[in-house]
Design a protein around this ligand. Structure first.
Ligand code: ZN
Length: 184
């Protein structure tokens, strides 16, 4: 499912677009034969957190109540909105999906998901409480020790990779990231 966000119809006039290289350009764009508009599409940012309850080292995961990957576990994350910063969006997603009260920490992973045209950014976050209030996008939110992580039921590679790096960093005891990772 390459580039699922590629649109088929012109947002201006509704005509079916052609994908071709416009004059003075060097790559395919969505060109509208109806109104002549050229629509440039660029990668989207997904922002989230890696929330940790420092008293015992458990991490917070949410079980998805929506497609894709309904019923699987993920770190709280979602599409960045216009008008917010990456950290602001990560905090908002954490509040919306888990109802978690966190103190934001530094950027931890930056993951290029070239195949679907996305960049995912996860921030470390310190939980202030273990009371959660999952929103409509989550079936539940709960804490996991490393040995309890349901590795076969993790929704996204970017979550799995971020968790692996975190537990590795913690074992080494030499600080945390940031890590720049290309998802194949
Ligand atoms: Zn058009």
């Amino acid at each position: 499912m390459p580039f699922p966000s590629r649109f088929k119809h012109c947002p201006n006039c509704g005509a079916a677009v052609d994908y071709r290289v416009p004059p003075d350009d060097n790559r395919e764009r969505a060109v509208c034969p109806g109104c002549g508009a050229i629509h440039y599409q660029n990668p989207l940012n997904v922002v989230g957190t890696l929330p940790v309850w420092e008293a015992d080292g458990r991490v917070l995961l949410c079980r998805r109540a929506i497609e894709p990957r309904h019923g699987l576990w993920t770190l709280p994350a979602g599409f960045m909105e216009l008008g917010e910063t990456t950290a602001g969006g990560a905090l908002r997603e954490t509040q919306e999906e888990a109802g978690a009260d966190v103190e934001m920490g530094p950027l931890y992973t930056l993951l290029n998901v070239v195949r679907v045209g996305q960049v995912h950014l996860f921030y470390r976050a310190r939980l202030r409480s273990t009371a959660f209030d999952p929103g409509p996008e989550s079936l539940e939110a709960r804490l996991f020790h490393e040995a309890e992580i349901p590795w076969d039921e993790i929704a996204f590679k970017t979550t799995r990779e971020t968790l692996h790096r975190f537990f590795d960093d913690r074992r080494r005891g030499q600080g945390f990231g940031p890590h720049e990772i290309d998802i194949a």
